[in-house]
Design a protein around this ligand. Structure first.
Ligand code: GLN
Length: 497
């Protein structure tokens, strides 16, 4: 098979082709290594790992030839550079982790390798996963493989923070990838790049070995071309881990088996508070179409109210920086990465942190330490925690009446690189539809559902009950089938446009 036709396969097709021996894992991985090279202009990868990839592919070929294939044997995937990978540079896209080669492997990536997956490399992101654009990386911005069809043809952001993973998948430079989602970092880049991104229930996937941003919100999850591919990848990533005290001791279902296509009589909540002022009409119209697709498949749309939605963003932007300020205290020039020498120990700390952290990270550390300080703790941090509880209880009430919630993933399509960067609040507003499910710890998926007026991908989001990824995936697959989103971005490896 030609490289272009290998790269056109989704994960299910590649898995089946490998088992049938239509091609080898080495051939598939070589095509992807080449694609990673060809798409380097997008800056989706910080560290490609072509040689280890080929070794992993050869090991997969040996198992495949014995008829003893593992679930993801020979599947080339990308890893967000927030996951610690043993012996492989791990940066969190920050200068402060310069030269950090972890002596251990994150639980989630370890599970993926044990399932036979092949590591193509480490993908770019916003520094410490703080952002919605993948432009705050010390390694430069990620470019979205999509361009507007009309008007302004500037390069666009891939969304963030898992923008490198999303761009790599969209450009056919990875078959699937890991992301992490704290307030939308899997779902929003998936929406901007026209791929599928699933934030599992908090506790579904272990956070052990994932560089911490806001520990009560961070959740690893899969990004992929299709809902089925995401379901398969999630199964390999999920499961209880005694090394993460917030990892849930619950069984991992066969998520793929839940994709029955049958959503008859399922009740789909349509939250009126997600109709925000100034939302583009194409997103509003797509949401309406989504409701109709699900109705046509036998589901029952139900109008619901999540009254605390309007406070979610404000609470998130207190809680996440508060936790970040505490988590990032460990970067002191002693234990990891960068050190800038000073005359005293304190001066060394200060110089290292000043040189090592970018502007957005410094902003979050400042906000976080402020809201946790003695005089302001009750007014800000404690209040935000109370609001978080109210946001979560809105969902509990809603899920008494409905089985899932349908909403847009983001209030816009991808914006140009450089836009929104002078105004942090404008950037934070991007997370308005993703943050509530994060605060409540609920599973939520973004499915590519259509194009904006100027030809950019738009995602729709399904939010589900805690640990009910099965229903979320089942509905998402029906949505995906109805939407028939088959367009390709302007920039694709293998040259097919
Ligand atoms: N955009 C959000 C933030 O900047 C979410 C990031 C994330 O989910 N990691 O905090």
């Amino acid at each position: 098979m030609s490289d272009a036709s290998l790269l056109a396969l989704n994960l299910v097709e590649a898995r089946d082709g490998l088992v049938r021996k239509s091609f080898s894992a080495r051939e598939l991985t070589s095509a992807y290594n080449e694609a990673v090279n060809e798409t380097s202009r997008l800056n989706a990868y910080i560290t490609p790992t072509p040689e280890p990839a080929l070794e992993m592919a050869d090991a997969a070929d040996r198992r495949l030839s014995k008829g003893a294939a593992l679930p993801l044997d020979g599947i080339p995937i990308a890893v967000k550079d927030l996951y610690c990978t043993k012996g492989v540079l791990t940066t969190a896209a920050s200068h402060i982790l310069d030269g950090f080669h972890p002596p251990y492997e994150a639980t989630v990536t370890d599970k993926l390798w044990r399932s036979g997956a092949v590591m193509l490399g480490k993908t770019n992101l916003d520094e410490f996963a703080m952002g919605s654009s993948s432009t705050t990386s010390y390694y430069g911005p990620v470019e979205n493989p999509w361009r507007r069809r009309t008007g302004d043809n500037r390069p666009l952001v891939a969304g963030g923070s898992s923008g490198g993973s999303a761009a790599a998948i969209a450009a056919r430079a990875a078959l699937a990838a890991t992301g992490t989602d704290t307030g939308g970092s899997i779902r929003q880049p998936a929406s901007y790049c026209g791929i599928v991104g699933l934030k599992p229930t908090y506790g579904r996937c272990s956070r052990w070995g994932v560089v911490a941003f806001a520990s009560s919100l961070d959740q690893p999850g899969p990004m992929a071309r299709t809902v089925r591919d995401a379901a398969i990848t999630l199964r390999a990533m999920a499961g209880h881990d005694p090394r993460d005290s917030t990892s849930a001791p619950v069984a991992v279902p066969d998520f793929e088996a839940s994709l029955s296509g049958d959503i008859r009589r399922l009740r789909v909540g349509i939250p009126k508070e997600y109709r925000v002022d100034g939302m583009p009409t194409d997103i509003e119209a797509l949401w309406e179409r989504g409701v109709e697709w699900l109705r046509a498949a036998g589901a029952e749309p139900v109008d619901i109210s999540l009254p605390m939605t309007k406070y979610a963003l404000a609470a998130y932007y207190i809680i996440a920086p508060a936790e970040a300020s505490s988590n990032l205290a460990r970067y002191d020039g002693v234990r990891f990465g960068l050190r800038v020498e000073g005359d005293t120990l304190d001066e060394m700390y200060e110089l290292t942190r000043a040189a090592g952290f970018g502007a957005e990270v410094r902003r979050r550390v400042l906000i976080g330490t402020y809201v946790l300080s003695a005089g302001y703790y009750d007014a800000y941090y404690l209040k935000a925690q109370q609001v978080r509880t109210l946001v979560a209880s809105d969902f509990v009430t809603a899920f008494e009446r409905v089985d899932c919630i349908l909403a847009p993933t983001a209030p816009s399509s991808a914006f140009a690189i450089g836009e929104n960067t002078d105004d942090p609040v404008a950037m934070y507003l991007n997370d308005v539809f993703t943050v509530p499910a994060s605060l409540a710890g609920l599973p939520a998926i973004s499915v590519p559902a259509g194009l904006s007026g100027d030809g950019l991908p738009l995602g729709l989001q399904i939010i589900g009950r805690a640990f009910d990824e099965e229903t979320v995936l089942r509905i998402a697959e029906v949505l995906e089938t109805a939407a028939q989103f088959r367009q390709l971005p302007a920039f694709v490896a293998g040259g097919a446009t």
